[in-house]
Design a protein around this ligand. Structure first.
Ligand SMILES: [Zn+2]
Length: 277
């Protein structure tokens, strides 16, 4: 900032006044004629007076507004970037809490997971979402992904078909690097475990991804059409070591997607029965 030197006791401004300024003879500083706060401050240094320029109140407000807008733009840009990286399937952009039709009573758990994210993260706690096809497990997981991405948390939602496609044909070193790169995300969501190929290569890579995630101590969310019974009693060792790792860190949640209207209807019928009998 430019420093102006002024001799004491001279009652005139030390620079040309702008059209929205006036000179206050009381404290001999230049003021803003809109907000009537000074645009100069006074400092004594080694017997000399310095009058560095400062922002008046209204200039400061404009500056702060611009700063806030800039910060917001940067944040929005960062979130767009996180989404582009974490939601590789564009359909996932629509899996948000505001599109929840309220039919799935388990959805409150998804809200709870997001609300308690810091705790979940520090405890390495994930979820195992299981249930029949078409019960909204991916929607459940996608809502968590989007809500956390909106908070600036790096989330990757992917599936093993995609991961295995990437790993196939890679060199050993590159494979490890790719698997490590999945752990840069604070939350990894693997959709549809169990639909991938059952080859030795596939099972080994699935284990490597799950094991690497386990060792990173970062949370994992898995969705699967397999039943909890099937996950608890796998038929062979390669599956057992994969499922054991998942079950150790992921809370099993059964997604039922029960039809609430039907349940209400039967409750009403119960009520009717009571009245009639
Ligand atoms: Zn002003």
């Amino acid at each position: 900032m430019t420093k102006f030197i002024e001799e004491p006791n001279i009652l005139k401004p030390n620079r040309q006044l702008q059209s929205d300024e006036y000179f206050n003879e009381k404290d001999q500083l230049i003021y803003c004629s809109k907000c009537h706060t000074p645009r100069q401050s006074r400092h004594m240094l080694q017997g000399k007076i310095f009058l560095p320029s400062i922002l008046c109140k209204c200039q400061r407000e404009i500056y702060e507004q611009e700063e806030a807008q800039r910060t917001l733009r940067e944040k929005q840009f960062e979130i767009e970037h996180l989404k582009a990286s974490g939601l590789q399937d564009k359909a996932l952009y629509d899996y948000t809490f505001d599109k929840d039709n309220g039919m799935n009573t388990e959805m409150k758990l998804a809200h709870n997971y997001v609300d308690n994210w810091e705790k979940m993260k520090s405890n390495s706690s994930g979820l195992l979402l299981w249930g029949d096809v078409g019960t909204g497990k991916s929607f459940f997981a996608g809502c968590i992904a989007n809500a956390l991405l909106e908070k600036g948390v790096p989330v990757l939602m992917t599936n093993f078909s995609r991961i295995l496609n990437t790993l196939t044909g890679m060199h050993f070193e590159d494979r490890n690097q790719f698997i490590d790169s999945l752990n840069r995300y604070s939350l990894l969501i693997i959709d549809d475990l169990g639909i991938e190929r059952n080859s030795e290569f596939a099972l080994e890579q699935v284990f490597n991804v799950i094991d690497s995630r386990y060792r990173s101590k970062k949370p994992l969310i898995v969705t699967t059409n397999l039943t909890l019974q099937e996950l608890n009693t796998p038929s062979d060792l390669p599956h057992k070591r994969i499922y054991d790792r998942i079950l150790e860190r992921c809370v099993p949640v059964r997604i039922n997607n029960r039809n609430i209207r039907q349940e209400n209807a039967s409750a009403n019928l119960q009520e009717a029965k009571k009245i009639l009998l």
